[in-house]
Write a protein that binds this ligand. Structure first.
Ligand code: ADP
Length: 436
């Protein structure tokens, strides 16, 4: 109740084509937003007039209006201001162009536009993806969202690439799209540099499976794909981007805020690919290394525990409800744990006919022990090491929360009651401290 007293109410009147931006920086604070009059949206999702929306620590939000509106913010004073300079008209134009391509695809029974969004870190790539997907579903389209940014892991946990069919606008408070059957491939690290070979293989495989699935879904096929990428755009990072563009057979590349990257792509992409340079929003907030780490932790926590119905606006949280994970002990001897990639050797040390690259995709058995503590393990759909494990998508993740070297057991945190009896587990570099 004491907190109630300290909260204050602010009212903002927005003219058409302007946005109210606010951030919540302090810990354990909540701001409640309500549209009092007019119409407004957050990153492409419409707000319901008179409905309170809660945002908590870490939220970085823009409430945009095409026609003008009145908004109320309730909570402690945080950073908040109105801006009339937004690139929303450019984004809306992009959407209109994509929509034309979708209509054409629909008429011809073909594939809708595959759009890749690229640019350096913190230019609003994820936000533009979200806006374009939201506008598409609001037009009754069913686009596929592909996220190649392993640093954030918007579709599963950090260290993964994935795809989902978008059927509803993103949640206002959690920020993410709800999902029934995400297609997830495990990379196992948040650093692309740790295994470029694996990264390219997974990207190609993801593209292949997405295309396969689209073949059996006419509506989604005509709606096309939005591919979000990571902010690593130089050197090898650029090569990963062009590989992804090829793998997904992109039709349109939207380049946010970087003329240099735009020109490189114009030079290197085939002529039929449309490359469009778009401005970034002045509202996009730069994120520090520690903020990113916090957001990663939050993603993993939400993977196991859900976002508890609370607000997690900034994170691309995709699970709204509270989840109740299971915890149980497993004997070391009952587990088959592997790592992908043996330590790098020069080509001259490799057996005849093998390249150092082959080593990067090798499955190496991991002896259970303290080395596994706090690590995430991917639960593979492959059941034996003889199968094509790196080309298999994953069922989900578990976390090793304790290791007992005397009893030779691991304590496992898992969304499922028990892992499948014959499961192959892949050790990830990602660690998570379960202090629930
Ligand atoms: P990128 O994907 O390029 O790294 P994001 O789309 O994740 O960038 O944006 C970075 C942060 O800026 C996010 O927390 C997002 O919510 C915030 N943001 C984006 N656009 C705006 C805006 N117009 N006003 C306020 N915050 C914004």
């Amino acid at each position: 109740m004491g907190e109630e007293k300290e909260s204050e109410i602010q009212e903002f009147k927005l003219e058409k084509d302007s946005e109210l931006r606010f951030e919540i920086e302090n810990n354990n604070e909540t701001v409640v937003l309500e549209v009092k009059a007019g119409m407004a949206e957050i990153f492409g999702t419409e707000l319901v007039k008179g409905k309170p929306y809660s945002f908590t620590t870490g939220a970085k939000v823009a409430v945009f209006t095409y026609h003008g509106c009145t908004i109320e913010l309730k909570g402690r004073k945080n950073i908040s201001y109105i801006s009339k300079e937004t690139p929303m008209m450019s984004y809306l134009n992009c959407h209109a162009c994509l929509e034309k391509l979708r209509q054409k695809a629909e008429q011809e029974g073909g594939r809708g536009p595959v759009t890749m969004i690229v640019g350096p870190a913190d230019v609003g790539k994820s936000t533009v993806s979200r806006i374009l997907l939201n506008y598409a579903v609001r037009m009754r389209r069913r686009p596929v969202y592909v996220d190649l940014d392993i640093g954030q892991g918007a579709i599963s946990v950090p260290g993964t690439m994935g795809a989902i069919l978008v059927e509803r606008p993103a949640s206002i408070e959690e920020g993410g799209f709800s999902q029934q059957a995400p297609l997830v491939f495990n990379f196992g690290s948040v650093k692309y540099q740790s295994n470029l070979t694996l990264c390219n293989i997974i990207t190609s495989r993801l593209a292949e499976v997405v295309q396969e699935r689209l073949q059996s879904n006419k509506k989604a096929n005509a709606s096309g794909i939005i591919v979000n990428t990571a902010g690593w755009i130089k050197g090898d990072g650029y090569k990963l981007l062009t590989h992804a563009a090829q793998a997904f057979e992109v039709d349109v590349v939207l380049v946010l805020d970087q003329e240099r990257l735009y020109n490189e792509l114009v030079r290197d992409m085939p002529n039929f690919v449309r490359i469009v340079l778009l401005p970034k929003s002045g509202g996009v907030v730069e994120r520090s290394v520690s903020y990113r780490q916090e957001m990663r932790d939050k993603r993993v926590r939400e993977y196991f525990y859900g976002s508890g119905g609370g607000a997690a606006a900034a994170a691309q949280g995709v699970r709204g409800a509270s989840l109740h994970p299971h915890s149980f002990d497993v004997k070391w001897s009952d587990l088959k744990i592997y790592k992908i990639g043996a330590p790098a050797l020069p080509d001259s040390c490799m057996p005849l006919g093998m390249k150092a690259e082959d080593n990067m995709t090798k499955l190496v058995a991991v002896q259970p022990g303290l080395n596994l503590l706090h690590h995430l393990l991917a639960v593979s759909f492959a059941s034996s090491a003889e199968e094509d494990v790196i080309n298999s998508n994953v069922a989900g993740f578990v976390c090793v929360t304790a290791v007992d070297t005397d009893r030779q057991t691991l304590t496992i945190l898992s969304p499922q009651p028990r892992p499948l009896p014959d499961t192959l587990l892949i050790m990830c570099d990602i660690q998570f401290m379960d202090n629930h």
